[in-house]
Write a protein that binds this ligand. Structure first.
Ligand code: PLP
Length: 423
C-alpha cells in the first residue's frame, strides 16, 4: 500500500544483511520480537498499571505487561520492575523525577570519558534541571579511580550517584560505589543499558544487591525492542519520611511507578511491552549465556587484534562487549570522523567517539567505539573478528583511496552472505 516506505524498509534490510555491524549499542532482535512490534497490541491505550488502569478493555494487555514484569524480575533477581519507559533516557528521567528536586546535586560519569547524555550532560534536561557533577577515568590507566570518586562525592554531596556508561570497557565495582553513596547519604543508580545482557547471564558483576535502583534499555545487550526498564533488587521505604493518607511510609516502588506514569509519560506502548516480554524470555535461556560468553570472547579477540596492529585500547583491553580505540597511537593524522567515513563506505558500521582527554571536538574526535553484540548474534566467532580488524586497519590506512575501500566493501558483502539475517 505504501511502495515508497516498503522500498526503503527493503533497502535497510539489505544494508543490515550485507554490512558488518559494530556499533556497540546495536543488536538484531528475533523474528518473534519483530512480530510482536507489528501486532494489534499497538492499538490499545492502557494508562496506569496492570489491574489499575484508566481505560477499559485492558484484561489482555494486563496479562502481557504482568508477564513482562515477572520475567524481568526473574531474569535479574529483582523484586520490582517497571517495563513502561519508552526508552532508556526516559527510564533515567523517571528515576530523577522520582528521587530528586530541581537543583539537587548529582554525580555521574563524564560524557567525554564514556558516560551517557542522560547522566547530567549540559545539553540534556538532566544537566539543566539538576546540578551536575562528574567523575572520570585516569589519563594514564583509562580506568576509574574509586578514591577520586569518593573525594568528589564528599566534595559535592550528591543526592544521587550514577554508575554506568556507554563507552567504558571495564566492569564496575558496585559494592564500592554503594559504600561511597552511604557515606555521603546519596541514593545509588546503576544504568546498565550497555552490559545488561551480560549481567543477566552472570558474566559481569551484579549491581542488584548494591544499587538502590537499576535502569537499562531492553535492546542493546538484552537484544529486545528499543525501550527502557527500571528495577530494584529490593523495594524500600522512601528515605525522606513521606507517608500516605494512612500515615504509612510510601515505598520507592510507588514513587517510581508514579514518576513513569503520570509523571513522565502517558500511556504505555503495549506492543513494545509484549516485545520486551519475549526478549526477557529469550534472555533467560541457556543459549543466551552461551551468546554472552561469545560476545566477550569476540571482544577480547578484537582488542588483541587492534593492539597487534598498533592501535591503543582505552584502559588496555575489555571486560565486556565493547572497546574505545584511541587512533592517535596509530597516527596523529587520523580523526574518528575520517575513520568512520572510510569504514562506513566499506560497509563496516562503527561510530566515531571522543576518547578521554581528547584534543579534538565531538564532531571530529580522536577515537572510535566498536562492540561485538550484533555480529555475535549473526554467528561470528573469534577468528572472524581478526579478519574484520584486518579489513578495518586496511580501510583506515587507505581512507583516501576509494578503489581500495571499494575492494574491502566487496569482500565484506560476500563474507556476510554466510551469516543470514531474517528469513
Ligand atoms: C543507550 C543508553 C541509554 C538510553 O538509550 P535510549 O536511546 O534513550 O534508549 C541510557 N543510558 C546508557 C548508559 C546508554 O548507553
Amino acid at each position: 500500500m505504501d511502495p515508497v516506505i516498503q522500498q526503503l524498509v527493503q533497502e535497510e534490510l539489505q544494508r543490515q544483511r550485507h554490512g558488518i555491524e559494530l556499533i556497540a549499542s546495536e543488536n538484531f532482535t528475533s523474528q518473534e520480537v519483530l512480530n510482536a512490534l507489528g501486532s494489534c497490541l499497538t492499538n490499545k491505550y492502557a494508562e496506569g498499571y496492570p489491574g489499575k488502569r484508566y481505560y477499559g478493555g485492558c484484561e489482555v494487555v494486563d496479562k502481557i505487561e504482568q508477564l513482562a514484569i515477572d520475567r524481568l524480575c526473574q531474569l535479574f533477581g529483582a523484586e520490582y520492575a517497571n517495563v513502561q519507559p519508552h526508552a532508556g533516557a526516559q527510564a533515567n528521567a523517571a528515576v530523577f523525577l522520582g528521587v530528586l528536586q530541581p537543583g539537587d546535586p548529582i554525580l555521574g560519569f563524564d560524557l567525554s570519558h564514556g558516560g551517557h547524555l542522560s547522566h547530567g550532560s549540559s545539553v540534556n534536561f538532566s544537566g539543566k534541571v539538576y546540578q551536575a557533577n562528574f567523575y572520570g577515568v585516569e589519563e594514564e590507566s583509562g580506568t576509574i579511580n574509586m578514591d577520586k570518586v569518593r573525594s568528589k562525592a564528599k566534595e559535592v554531596k550528591p543526592k544521587l550517584i550514577i554508575c554506568g556508561a556507554s563507552a567504558y570497557s571495564r566492569d564496575w565495582d558496585y559494592a564500592r560505589f554503594r559504600q561511597i553513596a552511604d557515606e555521603v547519604g546519596a541514593l545509588l543508580l546503576a544504568d546498565i543499558a550497555h552490559p545488561a545482557g551480560l549481567i543477566a547471564a552472570k558474566l559481569l558483576n551484579d549491581p542488584m544487591p548494591y544499587c538502590h535502583i537499576v535502569t537499562s534499555t531492553a535492546d542493546k545487550r538484552l537484544r529486545g525492542r528499543r525501550g527502557g526498564i527500571i528495577m530494584m533488587g529490593k523495594d524500600f521505604a522512601n528515605p525522606w519520611g513521606k507517608t500516605n493518607k494512612k500515615g504509612e511510609p510510601i515505598m520507592m516502588s510507588a514513587i517510581l511507578n508514579s514518576a513513569v506514569f503520570p509523571g513522565m509519560q502517558g500511556g504505555p506502548l503495549e506492543h513494545a511491552i509484549a516485545a520486551k516480554a519475549i526478549a526477557f524470555g529469550e534472555a533467560s535461556q541457556e543459549s543466551f549465556v552461551q551468546y554472552g560468553r561469545q560476545v566477550i570472547a569476540n571482544a577480547g579477540a578484537m582488542a588483541r587484534a587492534f593492539t597487534d596492529r598498533g592501535y591503543q585500547i582505552i584502559s588496555g583491553g575489555t571486560d565486556n562487549h565493547l572497546m574505545l580505540i584511541d587512533l592517535r597511537a596509530k597516527s596523529s593524522e587520523i580523526t574518528g570522523r575520517d575513520a568512520e567515513n572510510a569504514l562506513v563506505a566499506a560497509d563496516i558500521t562503527i561510530n566515531k567517539n571522543m576518547v578521554p582527554f581528547d584534543g579534538r571536538s565531538a564532531f571530529y574526535t580522536s577515537g572510535i567505539r566498536v562492540g561485538t553484540a550484533a555480529i555475535t548474534t549473526r554467528g561470528l566467532k573469534e577468528h572472524h573478528c581478526e579478519q574484520i580488524i584486518d579489513w578495518m586497519d586496511d580501510a583506515i590506512t587507505n581512507r583516501n583511496n576509494p578503489a581500495i575501500i571499494q575492494e574491502i566493501k566487496t569482500k565484506v558483502n560476500k563474507f556476510m552472505m554466510d551469516f543470514p539475517l531474517y528469513p
